[in-house]
Design a protein around this ligand. Structure first.
Ligand code: ATP
Ligand code: MG
Length: 570
């Protein structure tokens, strides 16, 4: 609420906040807030800006502690969700094109979601577009199945792309660029063994192959392309600097021979470009204005720009951001694929996996994933967040939309004496009557959660939620006898219940951390809670998410003949 503050005070308030959030207060970022609270400030913008500038100058000379101290004088409305700004250097509104370049060698995971959302959202924020590029130049690892999975994953996230391209469609063009490098004495065919190449790099020594003339290089390159040389017999190397402190520059590989058929190009090519060669060229010729990649590529920037310079191609802006990593989770295809191959997990949609399919199967909503991954912004700061923020966001979204259901875990029996037969009319949602009610018929026999039974004391009054109050008469392990007390009235303890005659056997699978602290697979990462749930759970469809009251949100995974299987969500 706008109080009766002066304009000066309002400016002070928001300038301090701006300084606290972004280290340096910038008047242009504060003015909107000030006018929002003090509309009259618009009447004399010149004077307002002058005040803003003066205050920014003052605040920027304060220490962190002083800013925090002064901020205590004000009340700040909580910002709903602090979106990190996705700023792109040199961006021209409406002329921004980013790209998301996955290799179709596996299913998308939450790390891809981070990269893709950063690419997509930063483009949208600048009135631009994102292109989807399949970086498919390694026939041994790639499959159409993965192309489809990546597109499905992006669609699930709500990401749209303007165009879809394939690096493998431009191999011919890349050959031509390579010939240009030969002509310019900037590349050569190297026929040394892989070991010799490695040794040369370590010892900063050039090999004899560097002496090859363009004509010879082009002839050998032709042989590589025609399949006349065996795999490993030759590679094309960039003529970098074997003495460079940056190991990437020590004559990196640009092309190698791979004879396996390609899922998209078939037998057409036997010689494939490396990422180092294709990435800068494609970014440039596809018109990418801002190319983002994860921080571990930073050393490759020098090579990226060197290639563009020699080929006289336009330079995109290169931006690095930190890789998402979460304690106990394998957020990389390199780590996930072996788990799949060794059948340690059920498949790409195993609920323990950080794949989008695994997350969806666990009842994570795409909106929650989006908020979570964008919360890190385009920052290079390395952190290892936990899943907590994602789970909290998911819970917040699920709370409004999920029906409630009764589930009793590790059940105990409850026998009731003296109660009238009754049908409870149970609301599906505590705050939203529009979500309706369901009826549960109750005779005298129930299951209640084992933990609830344990917590009851003889003589204690408790309530079966939405049904009636009881007094505990007798307790034995796994069994409680209680006497009917009243239909209504106050009872401090309210518990869930499931009538014995309509109980549905229910399992809830709970995904824990897949990896231990050393990064090894945890055999006990999937656990199971079992008990009974109410009969209406049988009417749920696979994929429906409900709140099992006083237990948690769970997604229906399987309806079996004699029971249901949920997966615990959050
Ligand atoms: P992986 O280890 O899963 O194979 P990758 O980088 O080889 O990772 P690609 O399919 O080639 O996977 O990546 C497509 C894009 O997604 C790249 O820009 C890559 O940097 C990004 N990416 C992959 N994993 C993560 C992650 N954990 N955090 C952020 N971005 C990621
Ligand atoms: Mg890769």
């Amino acid at each position: 609420m706008a109080g009766k503050r002066s304009l000066e005070e309002t400016i002070r308030k928001y300038t301090l906040k701006n300084a606290a959030d972004y280290k340096l207060a910038i008047p242009a970022k504060v003015v909107g807030k000030v006018i929002g609270e003090f509309p009259d400030a618009k009447n004399d913008m010149k004077a307002t800006m002058r005040l803003l500038n003066e205050e920014a100058k003052r605040v920027n000379s304060l220490t962190h502690g002083q800013v925090a101290q002064e901020m205590k004088e004000f009340e700040y409305a909580e910002r709903k969700e602090e979106k990190k700004e996705l700023e792109l250097p040199g961006a021209i509104r409406g002329h921004v094109l980013t790209r998301f370049p996955p290799e179709p060698s596996g299913y998308p995971h939450i790390g891809h979601a981070k990269a893709a959302w950063l690419d997509c959202q930063s483009a949208l924020n600048h009135g631009g577009k994102m292109l989807l590029r399949f970086d498919d130049t390694n026939p041994e690892k790639e499959k159409q199945e993965y192309v489809t999975a990546l597109k499905d994953g992006l669609a699930w996230l709500g990401i749209e792309w303007s165009d879809e391209t394939y690096t493998s469609d431009r191999v011919e063009e890349l050959y031509t660029y390579c010939d240009e490098l030969f002509v310019k004495y900037k590349a050569y065919v190297c026929t040394c063994s892989a070991e010799a190449v490695k040794k040369g790099r370590e010892e900063k020594k050039e090999c004899d192959c560097t002496a090859r003339e363009p004509q010879e290089n082009m002839a050998l390159f032709r042989k590589m392309r025609d399949g006349k040389l065996e795999e490993g017999a030759a590679v094309v190397r960039f003529r970098g600097d074997m003495h460079s402190e940056n190991t990437v520059m020590r004559d990196p590989t640009l092309f190698r021979i791979i004879k396996a058929p390609h899922y998209r190009q078939g037998e057409k090519y036997k010689c494939w470009p490396s990422y180092d060669f294709s990435a800068p060229i494609l970014d440039s010729v596809e018109g990418i204005t801002h190319a983002m990649r994860t921080k571990e590529y930073e050393l490759r920037d020098e090579l990226y720009f060197a290639i563009l310079k020699i080929l006289e191609l336009r330079r995109p802006h290169l931006i690095e951001f930190s890789r998402l990593s979460i304690q106990g989770a394998p957020i990389s295809k390199r780590l996930i694929t072996p788990l799949i191959e060794q059948k340690k997990v059920e498949g790409w949609d195993d609920p323990r996996l950080p794949t989008l399919k695994g997350l969806a199967r666990r009842g994570m909503l795409p909106e929650a994933v989006k908020t979570f991954v964008l919360s890190f912004g385009i920052s290079k700061v390395e952190s290892e967040p936990s899943w907590d923020a994602l789970l909290a966001e998911n819970r917040k979204l699920l709370d409004e939309r999920c029906m409630r259901r009764y589930f009793v875990r590790s059940p105990a029996k409850l026998a009731v004496e003296g109660a009238p037969a009754k049908e409870a009319d149970v609301p599906n949602h505590p705050k939203n009557a529009a979500m309706g009610k369901r009826k549960i018929a109750a005779a005298g026999e129930f299951y209640i959660a084992g933990a609830d039974a344990d917590a009851l004391a003889v003589g204690e009054t408790f309530r079966l939620k939405e049904l009636y109050n009881l007094v505990v008469a007798e307790k034995q392990p796994g069994q409680v006898r209680a006497k009917y007390d009243a239909d209504e009235g106050l009872a401090a303890k309210k518990i869930q219940w499931v009538p014995v005659e309509s109980a549905v056997s229910c399992k809830v699978r709970v995904a824990g951390d897949l990896l231990d602290e050393a990064g090894n697979f945890r055999a006990d990462s999937l656990s199971e809670d079992s008990g009974f749930c109410e009969a209406s759970c049988r009417e749920l469809a696979v994929g429906d998410i409900v709140q099992l009251e006083r237990y948690g949100y769970a997604r229906m995974d399987k309806l079996e003949e004699n029971g249901v299987v949920f997966i615990f969500s959050c």
